[in-house]
Design a binder for this molecule. Structure first.
Ligand code: TEU
Ligand code: CA
Length: 543
């Protein structure tokens, strides 16, 4: 098997709006990222992925792009971007950009043209349809609540937007659209960036007979054609890392999108493990208890199905998900650090490329703002109004769901130190800082050898030292155990066993972890005792 640099990478995801403000306007920016490159280098990550930094009216924080060739004014200038790229490379860090090409902003010149008239040359850049009996062309609901179609009086037709009405979907069936996108991608690649994370890229192909469609357009008919074309015309001409965000994708589909032998993408983000605490009907807005055997079964299925044929992206967190220590761990003070380390270890010792979302290395937690007006996320605000105003969900129940699930849990500013606003800004932050910053922040974590930060740093160092961590085969050892997760990784003669207690009470050490292997890493001092302490994780090695 040919080895690629991105298989040995550790990716750090930066949400620029919330990372570091350098000029006191309350919004993180590119100069702020430059100031923190030493921090990232010290952590031992090798690739940075930036959420969108292009010109945008920010209806959805940069996922609504009005000019793909410009830098968002809030974040800086093209000169700042070039300085960042150069500084990152000088630190030995690669830089991956977000590519949002399922949709643009409604303020993009293409859409401004498109909506002018039915015969405008850009009309076909987007998806316009007649209504059906005074209704939308089909019954699709947008991800941000309400219909996925908006009526535009100027031409008396509806346009499609799977997300906000300020995010009209591009028409990938139009070859001119595809070529314009490839052109834009080449522009960024020629500047020297190292890859793309592709937003909802498995939704770009819409059904030909859209009026008859019921299920949302995931993995649509021509999607592989489009990605193969993109690969041929753009990606294959550069040495890149590509990862597609692909909700609703199975391992079998993953082999098509990102098999080592297929010429589409390198990796994808699957979402099955992000749904284990969601309600079949109300999804994240009615969170449920999750079960460890389900989580293990999902992760193990992906490990086994992709081994030798494709490559996993390993993540617990991103800018759309609640904080993992609050979700699958235990954010009470006595267990926060222990469970954050345990979760980090069970993820990072799987086969694949790990992604660390900013603040995860500090064990940052969810936030619980008392009032809706402290939230900024369009998905959260729209869902509140849709579900509460209609009487489907009681206000208190919805606030509890928001505290559990809101995307703003991930978006509160990075907690750098215990000074005002956690050292994120000298101004007023665009979204309030989590009030727990005096006890959870980077300065404290870096000064404390037992911190989550040092644990992540150690994991990154071990990865460079032991090929079994990157390339080893995975075997689940205790599929039915309800409180522990124990697995083995093997590469030639190297054996690694990981055993984790997912509860706050002592548990028996899984049988397979009762070995004379040496403890490579753990969140407690090593012991011969046959009891796993609360949230204990042991990483054992046979040499
Ligand atoms: O998210 C895609 C997506 O499917 C989201 O609806 C996601 O499932 C949801 O936010 C989880 O609650 C991507 C981006 O990651 C997200 O930030 C954007 O808002 C969205 O696309 C539109 O570009
Ligand atoms: Ca700023």
């Amino acid at each position: 098997m040919l080895k690629h640099w991105w298989q040995e990478a550790v990716v750090y995801q930066i949400y620029p709006r919330s990372f570091q403000d350098s000029n006191g306007d309350g919004i993180g920016d590119l100069q702020g990222i430059i100031q923190r490159l030493d921090y990232l280098k010290a952590l031992g990550v090798t690739v940075l992925w930036l959420n969108p930094i292009y010109q945008s009216p920010n209806d959805d924080n940069g996922y609504d792009i009005s000019d793909y060739t410009k830098i968002m004014t809030d974040f800086g200038t093209m000169a700042d971007f070039e300085a960042l790229l150069q500084a990152a490379h000088a630190h030995g860090l690669k830089l991956v950009m977000d590519l949002v090409v399922n949709h643009t902003s409604d303020e993009h010149p293409w859409f401004i043209e498109s909506r002018q008239s039915k015969d405008n040359p850009y009309r076909d850049y987007y998806i316009w349809r007649d209504g059906q009996n005074g209704q939308a062309p089909n019954g699709w609901q947008s991800f941000f609540s309400g219909p996925a179609w908006t009526y535009d009086a100027q031409t008396a037709q509806y346009y499609l937007h799977l997300f906000s009405k300020k995010q009209p979907d591009l028409n990938w069936a139009n070859q001119a659209v595809r070529q314009a996108i490839y052109q834009m991608m080449r522009g960024w690649l020629d500047k020297g960036i190292d890859g793309f994370r592709m937003d909802v890229i498995n939704m770009i192909a819409k059904p030909a007979n859209i009026e008859a469609a019921t299920a949302l357009p995931r993995n649509g008919e021509h999607v592989h054609e489009y990605l193969q074309e993109m690969n041929r015309e753009v990606l294959s001409n550069y040495d890149l890392m590509t990862v597609g965000e692909m909700d609703g994708t199975t391992p079998a589909m993953a082999l098509q999108y990102a098999g080592f032998e297929t010429h589409e993408l390198n990796m994808l983000f699957q979402f099955e493990h992000m749904q284990i605490d969601c309600d079949p009907e109300l999804g994240k807005w009615r969170p449920h208890q999750w079960s460890l055997p389900t989580l293990k079964a999902i992760m193990s299925k992906w490990q086994v199905a992709l081994d030798g044929q494709a490559w996993n992206s390993l993540y617990w967190n991103n800018h759309d998900q609640p904080r993992v220590v609050s979700r699958f761990g235990d954010d009470r003070p006595q267990y926060r650090v222990l469970s954050a380390k345990m979760l980090g270890a069970v993820l990072h010792f799987l086969q694949g490329t790990p992604y660390i979302y900013q603040g995860e290395e500090l064990g940052m937690t969810n936030v619980a703002f008392a009032s809706l007006d402290q939230y900024r996320d369009i998905e959260t605000l729209n869902a509140y109004h849709a579900l509460v105003d209609s009487g489907q969900v009681a206000p208190a129940e919805m606030m509890a769901a928001i505290h559990h699930s809101s995307r703003d849990n991930a978006r509160t500013p990075m907690q750098w130190d215990d000074s005002a606003n956690a050292g994120f800004t000298t101004g007023t932050p665009w979204l309030a800082v989590n009030p727990n910053y005096p006890t959870i922040n980077a300065a404290m974590a870096q000064a404390d050898p037992d911190s989550v930060w040092h644990f992540y740093q150690q994991m990154n160092a071990l990865r460079r030292q032991y090929p079994v961590i990157t390339y080893g085969h995975y075997h689940l050892l205790d599929p039915d155990a309800k409180t522990t997760w124990c697995y083995q990784r093997t590469l030639d003669a190297q054996r690694l066993v990981v055993a984790a207690n997912f509860t706050a009470s002592p548990q028996p050490v899984p049988k397979a972890a009762q070995t004379n292997y040496r403890q490579l890493l753990g969140n407690y001092p090593p012991t011969a005792a046959q009891t796993m302490r609360p949230y204990e994780v042991r990483v054992l090695f046979n040499a």
